[in-house]
Design a protein around this ligand. Structure first.
Ligand code: PLP
Length: 436
């Protein structure tokens, strides 16, 4: 026991290893010490020779100072909430780096005075949605709804259809979110059918706003009806439309998904949406619409608690102005091209002894958008036993398990990641070095 202890390399000796010293400058001492402590622990337990401790600590170092790990999304779910929703475009990622240091987010470099915070991002959005007289940004769509409810209906009533009292995920329910602001909900209609007269009867002097919510994560079919925006806009009170997924304009592949331009054109006073779903940007909440309503929200004290940071502003501006973000590219990808990529990948794997086959697949929008829509796709089918080594590899590759097969769906994988994925599958399929 004493003998083994004495043989455990000292912390300062290990930290003096040039590789670990360099890592300490790059990642910070906490993470390097953690890797060192783990290696020492293995030596103490007899699982590692003392002279191997430094190498083991180097091997255990994280790639970066965040515990978040990069993932190749091969699930076929375009906007995957558990994988961080929309991946950013290269332009948006570059914008994050630009904005990470001191930046003129709230400063006019021309005259040296304070300037409107995030004016570039706001202008880009306003330009993209000309129907909006004004725009404002908050932390996410839930924050946009809270701000609208507080500023326009605090202590008053929100009229909403019973068919639109939705749960948005992870147990969060829109009605509870709205009531938390002190507004009272006046539910109208039934689960399956709500008529204009239901709203008209409920609207009165106590009404702060009428809220229309896009049922973005479920479908109702059969004996159903709801009231279009154009009718609700005639009720004489502010109409707030939560369109959910953040399409700014109609999307040809998603005809049933509402978009901001159309909703405003039809008379919505305010549109709220997420920026990290179909818009393909960073997490943020969009508020677009009538100038007077946006001003009431923007100047409300709560607005300060919900404001977005400079990184979000930078990434959002680059998403709106820049090249197609990955979400848009995934939606637009042609089935034949996906099939060709799956064929190339499967052949490359089969050549190296991995049981792989190109198969047709069905991708989904996911993430609270276009429920029920399937997008024809192509996948590489592998033995299901590869799911765990791929998921725990570096980078992690997450697919879908179907019976005894793991499907890697290519619609959600940017083409430039094919080589990375091929290498990851080969690594996952290779026998561990001890047995090789
Ligand atoms: C996703 C969604 C929300 C919640 O948006 P967050 O940006 O996650 O806060 C609210 N309403 C609808 C209709 C949604 O689809």
């Amino acid at each position: 026991m004493t003998d083994t202890r004495r043989r455990v390399p000292r912390t300062d000796a290990l930290l003096a290893d040039p590789r670990l010293a360099d890592a300490a400058r790059r990642l910070g001492r906490t993470l390097v010490r953690r890797a060192v402590a783990e290696a020492q622990h293995r030596v103490r337990n007899g699982g590692l020779a003392p002279e191997e401790a430094a190498d083991a600590a180097v091997a255990a170092l994280p790639r970066s100072a965040t515990s978040l790990r990069p993932v190749v999304n091969a699930t076929g779910v375009v906007v995957h909430t558990n994988l961080g929703r929309a991946p950013l475009s290269a332009a948006a990622t570059e914008a994050l780096r630009t904005a990470s240091g001191p930046t003129d987010v709230e400063f006019d470099l021309g005259d040296g005075r304070r300037a409107r915070r995030g004016r570039g991002a706001l202008a880009a959005l306003a330009e993209a949605v000309p129907h909006a007289e004004a725009v404002h940004l908050v932390n996410n769509n839930a924050a946009a709804l809270v701000l609208a409810a507080t500023a326009l209906a605090g202590g008053r009533e929100i009229v909403i259809s019973r068919g639109e009292l939705v749960e948005i995920g992870d147990g969060f329910r829109l009605p509870e979110l709205l009531e938390s602001t002190g507004a009272r909900l006046v539910e109208v209609g039934t689960t399956n059918r709500t008529h204009f007269e239901d709203y008209a009867r409920a609207v009165g002097p106590g009404t702060g706003l009428v809220l229309k919510v896009h049922p973005s994560n479920f479908l109702t079919t059969g004996f159903v009806s709801s009231v279009p925006v154009a009718r609700l806009a005639t009720l004489g009170v502010p109409l707030v439309h939560d369109i959910g997924s953040g399409l700014l304009r109609p999307h040809p592949a998603l005809p049933d998904e509402p978009d901001a331009a159309t909703s405003l054109d039809q008379g919505a006073g305010l549109v709220t949406a997420s920026a990290d779903k179909l818009l393909g940007g960073p997490q943020a909440g969009l508020l677009l619409g009538r100038r007077d309503l946006v001003e009431r929200l923007r100047t409300h004290p709560l607005a300060r608690a919900l404001r977005v940071d400079k990184l979000t502003l930078a990434a959002l501006e680059a998403t709106v102005l820049g090249p197609q973000p990955p979400v848009a590219r995934a939606l637009a990808a042609r089935e034949a091209e996906l099939a060709a990529r799956a064929g190339t990948l499967a052949a490359g794997l089969a050549e190296r002894g991995v049981a792989a086959e190109a198969v047709p697949s069905e991708a989904r929008v996911g993430g609270g958008g276009a429920p029920g829509v399937t997008l024809p796709s192509a996948a590489v089918a592998l033995p299901a036993a590869l799911a765990v080594p791929l998921r725990t590899g570096d980078p992690a590759v997450v697919g879908r398990v179907h019976g005894d097969r793991l499907l890697l769906d290519l619609r959600t994988v940017p083409e430039e990641d094919d080589a990375t994925m091929l290498a990851a599958v080969l690594a996952a399929a290779a026998p561990p070095p001890e047995e090789a």
